[in-house]
Design a protein around this ligand. Structure first.
Ligand code: ADP
Ligand code: MN
Ligand code: MN
Ligand code: MN
Length: 369
């Protein structure tokens, strides 16, 4: 199997011996952060003398920003500020995973630290109790970059049987999906579901509902767990929004949104108000819904394959070809949430949720983008 990595073929039985050794009172803490690409994650581990009870027990740390596209070599130290703690599903209790914000030498947020400004907006709107749920689509690749389990030459049979499919002909790589799901539950990530997608080797998991800044935190850690599980199996998960050109679905990160008012009786009117505000800010949102200002999404949002055109804003009940979809049940009950289908799979959830909260709850009516 040339398409899986060599390290995934090392003896896992030998590994198990060492992993089962007692570790005394000491605690391994793995610090996780977003690097200078704004898409990739980095991590490193240190020992604490005892188990931290909360995030407040975890000290700041630092790293070499010149090796993560985040700083010049001559002034390379960056600060790691712990923001959210999870259980470590790989080395198990009492060990921790800790998501961090990155600050520069002057203690201002690093260029790709979207969390700091997102958090400010979420604080401003916290009385609205804005909930989010994000649907992370991704595609499995061999380490050779070829879609996992696709024929070496040619293509699998056309899309149709794969979405929510079962059986070896339809579902490619379910081990990863199931292991990732368990890892998220163990860690304390608010994963709420998973399904096979329309393109073979493409899958989705959902995280939510999460309130405010929690959304970005939980989705980034869910992504970390996905990459880490894939590493064990020797395959790669890509978040590229259109990994295969042609008649194959792209990958998005649909973002579901509600405020307290929308969830209450007759909430539909607040959903409709929010949609009108989003309509006015379509191009601003497209600019922040992928890491390249809309370029990545231009390959995906074609108006085909259950997407809307990148140039148009549209909304509708149960319409999967619209920018914004109101789920059928929400239309019937006249309360609930709406779905923004535009964010690309590789979006930064902090940038997406910040833009939505800002447009729907803070912008004045008159401004156009
Ligand atoms: P779809 O039908 O679009 O595939 P999914 O079942 O994949 O929908 O995802 C639904 C998402 O909506 C989940 O992430 C869930 O957490 C989120 N969600 C459900 N209720 C709400 C709500 N009231 N506010 C915000 N998000 C919600
Ligand atoms: Mn979905
Ligand atoms: Mn989907
Ligand atoms: Mn969806």
């Amino acid at each position: 199997m040339a398409s899986v990595s060599s390290s995934s073929c090392l003896s896992k039985a030998v590994r198990q011996h060492y992993m089962s050794l007692p570790q005394g009172e000491k605690c391994q803490v793995t610090y996780i952060w977003i690097d200078g690409t704004g898409e990739e994650l980095r991590n490193k581990t240190r020992t604490l003398d005892s188990e931290p009870e909360s995030i407040n027990d975890i000290p700041e740390w630092n790293f070499d920003g010149s090796s993560t596209y985040q700083a010049e070599g001559s002034n390379s130290d960056m600060y790691l500020i712990p923001v959210r703690m999870f259980r470590d599903p790989f080395t198990l209790d009492r060990n921790k995973l800790v998501l961090c914000e990155v600050l520069k030498y002057n203690r201002l947020p690093a260029e790709t630290n979207e969390r700091a400004s997102c958090n400010k907006v979420m604080e401003e709107v916290k009385d609205h109790h804005m909930w989010f749920g994000m649907e992370q689509e991704y595609t499995l690749l061999g380490i050779d970059g070829h879609p996992f389990s696709w024929p070496v030459h040619g293509y699998p049979s056309p899309q149709g049987p794969y979405y929510c499919g079962v059986g070896a002909k339809n579902a490619y790589g379910r081990d990863i999906v199931e292991c990732h799901y368990k890892a998220c539950l163990y860690a304390g990530v608010k994963i709420c579901g998973t399904n096979a997608e329309v393109m073979p080797s493409q899958w989705e998991f959902q995280v939510g509902p999460c309130e405010g800044i929690e959304m970005g935190d939980h989705l980034w850690v869910a992504r970390y767990l996905l990459h880490r599980v894939c590493e064990d199996f020797g395959v790669v998960a890509t978040l590229d929004p259109k990994p295969i050109t042609g008649n194959w679905n792209g990958a998005g990160c649909h973002t579901n949104v509600s405020t307290m008012q929308m969830r209450e009786e007759r909430g539909l009117q607040y959903i409709e108000e929010a949609i009108e505000k989003l309509r006015k800010k379509h191009s601003k949102h497209i600019r922040v819904y992928d890491p390249r200002g809309g370029q990545d999404n231009a390959r995906r949002l074609t108006g085909l394959h259950e997407t809307s055109s990148i140039n148009d804003f549209s909304a509708g009940v149960a319409n999967r070809g619209a920018s914004i979809r109101i789920p059928r049940q929400v239309g019937q009950e006249k309360r609930g949430y709406f779905e923004d289908r535009r964010p690309a799979a590789n979006c930064d959830p902090y940038a997406v949720t910040k833009a939505i909260a800002h447009t729907c709850l803070l912008d004045s009516e008159e401004e156009e983008d």
